[in-house]
Design a protein around this ligand. Structure first.
Ligand SMILES: NC(=O)c1ccc[n+]([C@@H]2O[C@H](COP(=O)([O-])OP(=O)(O)OC[C@H]3O[C@@H](n4cnc5c(N)ncnc54)[C@H](OP(=O)(O)O)[C@@H]3O)[C@@H](O)[C@H]2O)c1
Length: 286
């Protein structure tokens, strides 16, 4: 339209906005911090950990983040998100110092087994709490997290939590907090099952005559390659398995052993049920 100025509103740069506080910058908190820095959120980060190495603190500060040893560095900053990434056993003594920071923030706890009821008590009943369970591959940006948000979490806060948790991989949302024990049993503990598979395949390879280092390399690279294939394919895992199983061939011979009377499925079902039950037991003590 002639004469009328249609200058679009400038989009806020990703670095603008209220702070994002991370409490506990160890394996997982550090991975989230690095993911958020990669997403250009460095200048909004306040990273709190008494054990943070000087070199790490320097690297984070170079990216615009603030660092500190305790809650004082977050005082009066009115963060938009408060990410709690300390060990579950440290939570009761750590969380209360962040009650003020939690008041208008979406609180995101990744502590295994620490229930929302306890978090709410320690933090002075904040309105928005998200409990999430990431897994180890988050440390290389390839994690899968599952999260549950309390009903008082607003849509905007949930969207923010979604964005922050996706800094270290993918995310699925859950309808109930109690499902987090099942999530822990499948994806939280899952990387250990895959590492066991690599160990067992290597040992079995040695038994059929391979030198140990060759067997270990073949097992490791097979899992790595099969994982990459699974990631790059839209096909279901069962379809991929069937596509590499020729009738009367070697793969079929092995799968007949693994799948006879559902042995493999049964073993995994028992393992995951045990992890799930342990999650409920541990929750009672936290
Ligand atoms: N690692 C995983 O694969 C994984 C997966 C899912 C969920 N999680 C959850 O993620 C959380 C962190 O696990 P992690 O493996 O990252 O543990 P971590 O490496 O031990 O990191 C926790 C960090 O928090 C620090 N810390 C202790 N007290 C603190 C305080 N008062 N204020 C600020 N920081 C404090 C610790 O210092 P110190 O070493 O001096 O105590 C440590 O540097 C846990 O709750 C865990 O359940 C971890």
């Amino acid at each position: 339209m002639p004469g009328k100025r249609l200058t679009p509103k400038p989009k806020p740069a990703p670095s603008q906005g209220r702070p994002i506080v991370i409490v506990g910058v160890g394996h997982m908190g550090g991975a989230i911090a690095r993911g958020l820095i990669a997403a250009e959120l460095g200048p909004r980060l306040i990273l709190i950990d008494p054990a943070m190495k000087t070199a790490d603190a320097r690297t984070f500060r170079k990216e615009g983040a603030s660092t500190g040893a305790d809650a004082r560095v977050a005082q009066g900053t009115n963060p938009e998100a408060l990410i709690l990434a300390v060990k579950p056993q440290m939570m009761p003594q750590t969380a209360p110092a962040f009650a003020d920071a939690a008041r208008h923030a979406v609180v995101i706890s990744i502590a295994a087994g620490t229930q929302i009821e306890s978090l709410s008590l320690w933090l002075g009943a904040p309105k928005a709490i998200v409990r999430a369970m990431p897994n180890l591959p988050a440390s290389i940006g390839k994690g899968i997290s599952a999260a549950y948000a309390t009903p008082t979490t607003t849509a905007a806060q949930r969207k923010l939590a979604d964005r922050l948790l996706k800094a270290v991989g993918d995310l699925v949302w859950l309808e109930g907090e109690e499902l987090l024990n099942a999530v822990t049993a499948v994806s939280g503990s899952g990387p250990a099952y895959v590492f066991l598979l690599a160990e067992a395949m290597a040992t079995a390879g040695e038994r059929v005559g391979l030198p140990p280092d060759v067997a270990a390399t073949l097992a490791r690279k097979t899992i790595e390659g099969a994982g990459a294939l699974l990631a790059s394919s839209a096909a279901a895992p069962g379809d991929l398995r069937r596509s590499v199983t020729s009738p009367g061939g070697t793969t079929e011979a092995a799968l007949k052993v693994l799948m006879s009377e559902g042995r493999f499925e049964q073993l995994l079902a028992e393992a995951i049920a045990a992890a799930n039950a342990r999650g409920f037991e541990l929750a009672k003590t936290r």
